[in-house]
Structure formats: structure tokens, C-alpha cells
Design a protein around this ligand. Sequence first.
Ligand SMILES: [Zn+2]
Length: 345
Amino acid sequence: MPTMKNRELDLSEFPAGTVTEFTTLVCLACIFDIFTKQLGLAPRTAFSEIKRHTPAIEELTTRTAKRPYFDSDEKHPHCPFCGSAKRWLARFDTYCIEGGKTTDGPRRALLKKMPQAGDQFLVLEKKSDSRAVFFEWLGTLRLNLDLSDERWLLDATRNYLERRDPKTNWEEVFSEIRTVRRSARLPEGWERDGERLFLAPKIYGEALLIQYLVSRSQAHGGMTLEGRLTLMDLIRRLRYSGYLDQIGITEHDPGEIFEKLIDHLASTSDWSRVSIPTSRGSDRVIGSKKTTKKAAKKSTKSRKSKTTAPAQPDEIVVELVKLHYIIDRRDFLEKVKSVYAAYAS
Ligand SMILES: [Zn+2]
């Protein structure tokens, strides 16, 4: 029996934040029950049907799975529906890889290395728009943050910067950072001064927006580096800092502004890493990304700023992103086999 460690897929070739992992448990007692009692199949037929079975992507990646699927963080989980213990429980690991130039190579290499026999892995594709990708990213980020520890504000900011500028080693930058502030003089980019990280107003504004989105609740707004803000507070700050003008939002209704903000954030190439320019809007974003890359390469100091012309309002482009799902069925196949052996004897 190989250990779990050896069985994990090597995802080290993928840029940070482009692969999302999901684990879902399935109770084989429940699934056998469904196939034999509800569907009336003989155990042997049920066995061969179940072996072929793969849950839908939604069941593998949402946190509200239905019988016979469930999620559990416990070390010794039990089925919440029938109480079955570990040997009846199988695990599906799902890896969602965002399609794009930076992930195509590593993804093909990974698929080549995976065992092909016996449907141990299943590969599916799904098209998604940048907004859906963005919200999925936000949901995962929220799950990985401890909102009761103030440090989460820095973690959320770092995660956002990793998406915006993947060429910089943000892990290293943040290892010494204690506070993040809005820069009064940087037109673009960022600058580190000891334990303080200064962000250009536009980047700082987007970091606040991310923090707001991660922590917002119906009644109390969201927590940010500037304290708890309602949507109105947040919009006011973004307006005064010039951010709304900069990205071409001229609306006055808070709801409409909010929608435009989300679309803007979700559709910039830095977020979704879709690199096929289809309009002037995309071109511009990609152009500005290149400048950032160049600056990142030549700077060995932790100082960086851009001297290019002031940013023009970006056009809102909803870009289609292809999501590649790799479903690891190995544990499931093994458990089905051993459970059937017990069942049939
Ligand atoms: Zn069960």
C-alpha cells in the first residue's frame, strides 16, 4: 500500500493560486443502500455500477454536498447519514486548474504522468466566466483565513497581490511586513519600508475591496485595514481616492457601482490570467502587465514603481476561462473493492 503522501499529485509547477483542491467523502454504505434498496439492483450489479460512478463536479466542489457525499475535517470521520466508520468511507480528491498560458504546460505534463489504467483519474472541462472564477477564489480564500486573528487582513492582501502580480515572491515580502498602508506618492506599484508595505492608491483600494468581500456580512459591512466599513463607506473611500474615476465608473447608485467594481476586479487579466486579447480593453491590461513584469525582473531591491502614463479607464470585459478538473478516484476504487468483498462474503 503506498502511503497517502506518495499519492498526492505534484502541483509545484503551477503558479500560486491557479489550482484549487477539494476533498469530498462518500459513504459506501449509503451508496450501496441507494443502489440496492432504492434502485433495486442486485449487489453484484450495484457493485459494477458504483465502480463506474463519479459524482458531478458540483457535488465534489460545493460545501453543501448531499447524501451519500459529505465534507468532514475530522481525523476519524463518520457518515453523517448512517454513522458508518472509516472503512466505509472513500475520498474523492478534485483539483481544479484554471486554463491559461501559465498552466497549460504544467497541466499537460501532469496528465502525462498520471496512471491511465482503470479510470483511476477522470479529467473534465468546464467553461466559466471570470466573475464565477473570482467568486470561487474568494470563497476558497475565506475558508483559508482565520477572521478572528487580525493577521488575516495581511494574508488577504498578500493573496490578492499574488493574483495581481504573480512574478513577485509575496511570501518573502510579507514575512517582514507588519502594516500595509496607502502610499501618498506612488502612482503605481508598491514599496517596502522596513515593516511597512506601501501600495499605490489603486492597488490599496482593491485590497480594501477584497477584504470587504471576504468579511462582509448582511448587517455589519466588512472588515478592512481601515476598520469596519459599510458598502457606502467603502465606495466613498474609493471615490475620494480617485479609483472609481480611474477605472471609469461614473454611476451613482451604490448597487450599480458595486456590480461594476466586481466586474472590473474579476475581469482584469491579472485575476483570471486569460492571455488572449480580444479587445482594446484586454490589450491594455496585458500591456500594463508586461511593464510590471519587466520592473519586477530588474528590481533586486524591494522598491518598484512605474513611470508610465497614468492608467486610463479599463473597459469591462467578461472573459471566458476554461476550468480543468482532475478527479482522483483511486481511494474510491480501492474502498469499493474491499467493501464489496466484505459485503459479498
Ligand atoms: Zn452512510
